[in-house]
Design a protein around this ligand. Structure first.
Ligand SMILES: [Ca+2]
Length: 146
């Protein structure tokens, strides 16, 4: 009995750290509507917290046939200029791959973070939040505390 309890806990712990499942949504929306739509779908706008996760997004965008499209993530510095956080976790960026000379807050009006492809590689850039583009939803995290 104890063995199975330990086994079950081990399985749950693996589930808690399992790779995120990213879905590319090929409807062009502004950042707030993209955030809202991922929630409506039972997911959340994507967070990218490691190179492995960026690689997973890269694979998902290629699989979706949208490799060269810009895509919203949940990154934003709307609340505090130059302090980028993931809106759905409240956490600061732990991994970044900014495009050259980004973030530049161009015209003092760029507060939402998207991914674009520079030289074949997905990179981060800050752009104006009302801009419409594709976006990435991810499965909501499993609550490991329950
Ligand atoms: Ca920018």
């Amino acid at each position: 009995m104890k063995f199975f309890t330990v086994l079950t806990l081990a399985v749950l712990m693996v589930a808690c750290v399992s790779a995120k499942n990213y879905t590319i949504i090929t409807t062009s929306l502004n950042w707030h509507l993209a955030f809202q739509d991922c929630e409506y779908r039972g997911m959340q706008l994507a967070t990218i917290e490691s190179e492995e996760e960026l690689n997973a997004v890269d694979a998902a965008s290629k699989a979706a046939g949208t490799a060269n499209e810009a895509m919203w993530t949940a990154g934003t510095d709307l609340a505090e200029e130059a302090k980028f956080v993931w809106m759905n976790t409240g956490k600061g960026f732990t991994y970044v791959r900014w495009a050259a000379n980004q973030p530049d807050n161009w015209k003092d009006n760029e507060h939402c973070m998207h991914l674009r492809r520079d030289g074949g590689q997905l990179v981060f850039n800050d752009v104006d939040c009302p801009r419409k583009m594709y976006y990435i939803c991810e499965d909501k995290p499993i609550n490991c505390d329950e």
